[in-house]
Ligand binder design. Sequence first.
Ligand code: DSN
Length: 416
Amino acid sequence: MMSRTLAQADAEVAEIIQNELERQQNTLMLIPSENYASRAVMAAAGSVMTNKYAEGYPGKRYYNGCMYYDEIENLARDRAKSLFRADHANVQPHTGTSANMAAYYGLLKPGDRMLAMKIEHGGHLSHGMKINFSGQQYEAHFYGLSATSDQLDYDEIREQAKQVKPRLIVAGASAYPRAIDFRQFKEIADEVGAYCMADIAHIVGLVAAGAHPDPVPICDVVTSTTHKTLRGPRGALILCKAEHAKKIDRAVFPGVQAGPLMHIIAAKAVAFKEAQSLFFREYQRQILRNAQALAASLLEEGFRLVTGGTDNHLMLVDLRNKDITGKLAADLMEEAGMVVNKNLIPGDELSPDETSGIRPGTPGMTTRGMQEPEMHTIGKLITRVIHEGRTNEKVLAEVRKEVQELCDAFPIHEHL
Ligand code: DSN
């Protein structure tokens, strides 16, 4: 029984996974927080390392038999430290939100004030929303984007920080298309006696490759996911200054997590090695060039982009002048084979279920090898779907065909 293949042991699950493989191969994935992990990353994530409890840290485990788990976690930590030039790395957090939870838990007391970006301006659930632990455990206050530029206004944030007097300021976003000036955030935090935490879940690959300002030498703590622009397994990590290392490690274990996912830590180690290559640096630069090309293609078609463009891997398309909701646009695009997510935009009057925007990004298409000409084509395909897809099913079918041609020309997961 133990040696049967998945297909032999469980045909139902095997079929669903096969269908998902084909969905990934035959659609254009434009969600900026997703990517295609390499064969090596997936091999480590699907390895025998899933079989062991390793509560604790290398050299101090609560279970016997952890020699290879110590080796793999040390390797992952060392690679993360070297990749990001960080004093300390904790590679155990299961997700971006659990990394944030541990960072807050390590630095704050319940009821402490924190200051972070509003979710409707691009922040994140775990940055103090009332429906999330972070908004219930801590007194969260929010800064937004400037009403005139839709960008971060550091003078406004400074004024707000002086009034709120937070214990911690979060610099970071899940839907902000512009570069973040971490130095300004740190200066503001220092002025009001707050910790400065950067959440670089989205831009982490760009940061690793030197293609976005780097918070690691500046901020007290930096949290990140590992599966977005970094292209590793689904998971997270925390980087911090040496002075916070003990507090952060204790906060992750035993504070908010018990047994680490050692197979995922093995896969993170692989991803950190991949991210050190010249090829990865060039990949990140191509993500940026592709985002510029996609943005230009959409602007040519009269789409309004929040902030007018992008400095990173994503853009926020304001659909209000196209008389279509984000939900309908994303649903029509999916029918045509392009997968994107609906997203709130600053000043949105619609609910998070409907939204007035979509948030396309280029990490996935860049992994497939696409470049500026393909981004231009994708911009035109998006335009056709949004302009004509509601009333003309033939258009959706025609776009679907062109999408398939792109997928065939830029295959993914060919080894599977
Ligand atoms: N799911 C992440 C994103 O798409 O940005 C946020 O949790």
